[in-house]
Every structure is written in structure tokens, then in C-alpha cells.
Design a protein around this ligand. Structure first.
Ligand code: SF4
Length: 582
């Protein structure tokens, strides 16, 4: 059988690559066709017309891209594809019946992890009735569902994912890798939890250290990989002692295999972080941790079922910052029961942690999550499975969210959003420092640190202004709310352009440092009174509208590299992982 596996390939898509290896091991042929955006649609259709696979499998993981995949399914049919069209991944599996009912283009939806299911599909294409783990269209056109028998227990038995090409950062090839699958928590907003629960079997499984070392060693020695991006939802185990022993064993295994001078990036829950574990991971080459802060108010954490405390978050940040890593986090600042006090607590948290790049947004409702159920039970779930919606119960918080969402839309969500760019600058500096510390100066470090703080402070100040507005404004006065939205967005965007220019300039200097070119010396004005005043002004945090008049980012032409310089590092691959970290 020939199978076309179609999905996002902005960074290595491990799901597709694991399935490709499993199919090949079972004697089938597997093609991977990247589908990164709607503009790729006709190219994918042409590739399927040329390759004529027996099966086309769409990797529909994220709600945000689900409609594009449905359009692709329809375009494949319109383009003459007559083979079996299946889909899998979180979104498809959790909405299987609706998708089959609404989109005749699909023949089946796989309900769990892909390796065994895609092989079983290839073996039983004529009749799916005996195959567990599929929702499918029967010969009579009905929709049938065969419950899964659970996701694979033994991850070591899976062939390593197929590897082809690799991205590089500063000449260092990077590979994505998984040391575990699933997660041991049940956060209310998390589609990862919902998907693993629906797949059956144990929700959280780990690979053996020997198996991980064998794959890393192969990547290191055969492909020259030096950066390992662990895509585990949480790199740590529930038991801190077991996690420590596992990291020690990984370190020993990698050393014995001659895998040295590497950099690793991981994701973690705050309650997993402790100094003993970090000591070992630091030795291993950890340079980046994406920390699941999610909310800085204990009420908010409890409402999101995070099962950790604010004290654990503060402790985790203290430890991680002591190790001087790239530590970025996200705040799900808004959930249905957020009140103004929760917002104020989250603002104070931002104020305390201006050193770390972050982003913020609302907790969204995905199918079969605790949040979706709660909103449904409360009678306030709106929208459909392509995008559920709700209004926050407190009218002032809803107003705050509306203002913040509109004002920060580009900064938070666009491909080149400033909050992700802030992470990129920090990431680039710390990665460069991991491999080439001799190429960096203290002055460059200072530029990076100041840029991160200035960006965060700018966000914080605008949010404080929104807080004051939300307190003062009548939330039902649509005209006043709309006017405030427009002026806030203009201010956020204008400041964002100046900050972006500043960050572009820093990235260019980091690239020049890496390339061994003399980085252009800073102009005296950068350290002059005006700039220093701007920085100090930024560090003196207040709220209130009058701040805008004194806010003075350097907008000198020499700083304005916006759009003029090629971005040296394609951080958007990382950004996409951050976006979809639940
Ligand atoms: S948000 Fe993170 S910790 Fe919570 S269930 Fe999802 S993956 Fe696990």
C-alpha cells in the first residue's frame, strides 16, 4: 500500500515520521507531504494526483487549522482522489462523528496514536469493521465507531521516527524527540489530556533510557544533531526522585555513547522543578524551559485544575532563573470565573517577572475537556466544534478581555508577534552562549536582557491601563469600549514596531557575533541620557493613561531594522510548538 501522510511540517512532525517508519516496517510505502498553510493546498492536491496513494491521512491536531484541513479533504476529492481518506490527531479524534457527518470527503477518523492504526487501516482497507480505534463510514453510509484498544504501552517497540532533513540554529542542527507520551495531569483546558484519555490505555508512558540514548546517539553521530528539542508535554516524571534518577541515567548513557556538548530544550510544569534535577539537566546542556505557569492567581489555578500552587510557580522561576536559562511561559489569564482581583494578581506577577519572555491569552474550550463540560453545564458555551466561545461571567473582566484581546491581537497571536519575537531574541542569545560563549560580550547580554524587560514592561503598562479603563468604563457602553479598543491597539502596535526594530538589531548583532564579524559598536546615543531615562522610566511601573506621554522607546532611524534585515533564525518553528502546547 502507498500512504500519503499530510500535515504541518514547520518543524519535524514526529507524529507523521513515527507513522512513516511504522508503515515502512510493515512493508508499505509512506510519503510525507507538508501542509503548513492554506496556500499549500493546491500543491498537496497536485502531489496526491501525481503519487496516487491508496490512503491519504491528514494530521488534524489543532482546532485553529481544522477548517483548512477540511477544505483540503474536499479539494482532494474534487481533484480526483478516490482512495481512502482518513484523519487523525487531537481535533479529528475528539470530533470524529461530527466530522464524518459534516464532511463526506472523509472515510474514517483514527481515534488514538497513529502507528498501529495506520498499519491496521492499510491491512483492512476493504472492511474496517474488525479494526479497533476507528470511527468510519460503512458501506451503507452509516457512521460506525469501533472503540480503541488503547494507545501502545511499550514505546520502545516503536521504530524510531523517519528522519530526513534538519533545521539549524547558528549552524547547529536541531532534532525533535520524545522521551515520553501523554501527561499525568488533567488540566481543565487541555486537549492533550482529553485526547490521551479518549485513546484508552495508560495516559502517560515513558521510553527506556537505553531506547532514548540509542536514538539520540544515532541523531548525534549519523546526522550531526547538536540541539535536542524534547517535545514531551512535561519532561519530568510525577515522582521527583524517579525523575532525578532518570536524568542521571540519561546523562550517564549519553556520556557512554559519546554524545557531548549538546543543548536540550524541554517543557515542564512548575511543580516538577527542583534544584537537584536542574543540576543534572544543566550538566546535560539544558538551555531552554517552557514553563507551564498558566495563571498566577491560586483561584485561577484551581479553576483550571492545575493542581499546583503559586508558591511552586515562584519557586520554579527562582530556580530556573538561577541557572540563567531561556525560560518562557504562558498565562491563561482569563477563564470563565476570572474576577478583577485575579487579573490584578496576574499583573503583579508580570511585574515581578519582567526578566522572562511570556505571552497571555484566554483558556479556550476544546472538545471533551473539563472546561468545555463546565461551560456546557453552565449554559454559556457558544460556537461550534471548530471554535467554541464563551463570555466571562464578570462583565468587567469580559470587558478587560475584549480590550486586551483586540489591543494585543498581533502581539500575542500573529506569526511575527512581539511576544514570540521576545522569546526568539532570548532563545538566540542563550543558544549562542551554550555553543559559543567566547563570541559574546557582556554588552550584548545587557542588550538582550534590556530588550526582554522593555517588551514585558510595555505589555504590562498597557495591561495596567486596560485595568484602569475596565474599572472606569461602563462595560455595556459599546461605543466607549470600541473607542478604547481602537486607541489601545494603536498604542500597542506603535510601541511594538519600535520594540521589534530594537530586537531585529540585536538579532543582527548576535548573528554577526556568531559569524565572527565585528558586531557594530553601539552608538553613543544608545547609552545616552535619553535612552537610559527611557529604560528607567520603563522600570518604574505605574498605571494610568498619562504614562504614554513619557514612554520613549528609541525610534532613531539607526534602530529601525524592521523588515530590513533577514531574520537569521527561524524561531517560528519553536513558536508553533508554544502556540499549541495544550
Ligand atoms: S496542560 Fe500540560 S500539565 Fe496540564 S494536562 Fe495538559 S499537558 Fe498535562
Amino acid at each position: 500500500m502507498k500512504v500519503a501522510l499530510i500535515g504541518a511540517e514547520l518543524e519535524e512532525n514526529l507524529g507523521l515520521r513515527y507513522m512513516a517508519s511504522a508503515l515502512e516496517a510493515a512493508g508499505h510505502e509512506a510519503l510525507i507531504l507538508p501542509f503548513n498553510e492554506e496556500a499549500d493546498l493546491s500543491r498537496v492536491v497536485r502531489a496526491v494526483q501525481t503519487e496516487r496513494p491508496d490512503i491519504a491521512g491528514l494530521s488534524m491536531v489543532f482546532t485553529g487549522r481544522a477548517r483548512e484541513f477540511c477544505r483540503l479533504a474536499q479539494a482532494l476529492r474534487a481533484g480526483g482522489f478516490a482512495g481512502h481518506l482518513t484523519a487523525g490527531g487531537h481535533f479529528a479524534a475528539l470530533n470524529a462523528r461530527q466530522l464524518l457527518a459534516d464532511f463526506p470527503a472523509f472515510d474514517s477518523i483514527a481515534l488514538g496514536e497513529g502507528e498501529e492504526l495506520i498499519c491496521a487501516l492499510a491491512e483492512h482497507l476493504a472492511d474496517l469493521s474488525p479494526v479497533p480505534g476507528f470511527c468510519y463510514r460503512t458501506a451503507t453510509g452509516d457512521i460506525a465507531l469501533n472503540p480503541g484498544k488503547g494507545n501502545p504501552e511499550n514505546l520502545d517497540a516503536l521504530p524510531f521516527p523517519r528522519r530526513t532533513s534538519f533545521h539549524e540554529y547558528f549552524g547547529q542542527p536541531i532534532a525533535s524527540i520524545l522521551s515520553s507520551r501523554g501527561c499525568w495531569r488533567e488540566c481543565a483546558f487541555c486537549s492533550i489530556d482529553a485526547w490521551y484519555r479518549s485513546g484508552g490505555g495508560r495516559k502517560f508512558r515513558i521510553r527506556s533510557i537505553e531506547n532514548i540514548v540509542a536514538e539520540m546517539s544515532s541523531l548525534y553521530h549519523e546526522h550531526g544533531i547538536r540541539i535536542f528539542n524534547f517535545q514531551d508535554d512535561n519532561f519530568f516524571l510525577p515522582d521527583p526522585a524517579q525523575a532525578l534518577a532518570r536524568f542521571q541515567a540519561l546523562r550517564a548513557g549519553l556520556r557512554a555513547a559519546g554524545v557531548e556538548k549538546i543543548a536540550i530544550a524541554v517543557k515542564a510544569r512548575p511543580d516538577s522543578i527542583n534544584r537537584d534535577a536542574l543540576e543534572v539537566l544543566d550538566d546535560l546542556g539544558i538551555f531552554r524551559v517552557f514553563l507551564g505557569v498558566e495563571n498566577a492567581s491560586q483561584r485561577g489555578l484551581d479553576n483550571l485544575n492545575r493542581k499546583n500552587t503559586v508558591a511552586q510557580i515562584e519557586n520554579a522561576l527562582r530556580i530556573l532563573n538561577d541557572y540563567d536559562l531561556h525560560v518562557a511561559y504562558n498565562l491563561l489569564m482569563f477563564e470563565p470565573d476570572t474576577n478583577m482581583e485575579d487579573i490584578r494578581i496576574n499583573l503583579r506577577f508580570m511585574e515581578r517577572h519582567v526578566d522572562n519572555p511570556f505571552n497571555f491569552c484566554r483558556a479556550e474550550a476544546y472538545a471533551y475537556t473539563g472546561l468545555e463540560k463546565k461551560l456546557r453545564d453552565d449554559g454559556i458555551l457558544a460556537g461550534d466544534y471548530f471554535g467554541f466561545d464563551y463570555r466571562i461571567k464578570d462583565a468587567r473582566v469580559e470587558c478587560f478581555h475584549k480590550l486586551a484581546n483586540y489591543a494585543f491581537f498581533d502581539r500575542n497571536f500573529s506569526d511575527y508577534g512581539l511576544h514570540y519575537f521576545n522569546m526568539e531574541v532570548d532563545f538566540s542569545y542563550l543558544l549562542l552562549r551554550r555553543f559559543f560563549p567566547e563570541k559574546l560580550s557582556e554588552e550584548l547580554r545587557a542588550e538582550v536582557r534590556c530588550f526582554i524587560k522593555q517588551t514585558n514592561i510595555d505589555t504590562y503598562r498597557h495591561l495596567c491601563r486596560i485595568y484602569d479603563l475596565a474599572q472606569a468604563i461602563d462595560p455595556e457602553d459599546r461605543r466607549a469600549v470600541n473607542e478604547a479598543m481602537r486607541s489601545l491597539r494603536q498604542s500597542v502596535d506603535e510601541h511594538g514596531i519600535a520594540l521589534r526594530a530594537q530586537g531585529e538589531r540585536i538579532l543582527a548583532r548576535l548573528q554577526a557575533a556568531h559569524d565572527g564579524q565585528a558586531a557594530p559598536l553601539p552608538k553613543p546615543a544608545e547609552y545616552g541620557e535619553q535612552s537610559l531615562a527611557a529604560l528607567l522610566d520603563g522600570l518604574l511601573i505605574r498605571s494610568g493613561e498619562e504614562q504614554d506621554e513619557s514612554f520613549d522607546f528609541a525610534t532613531d532611524g539607526a534602530f529601525n531594522f524592521f523588515g530590513a534585515l533577514k531574520r537569521p533564525i527561524p524561531y517560528d518553528q519553536f513558536k508553533n510548538r508554544l502556540d499549541n502546547n495544550r
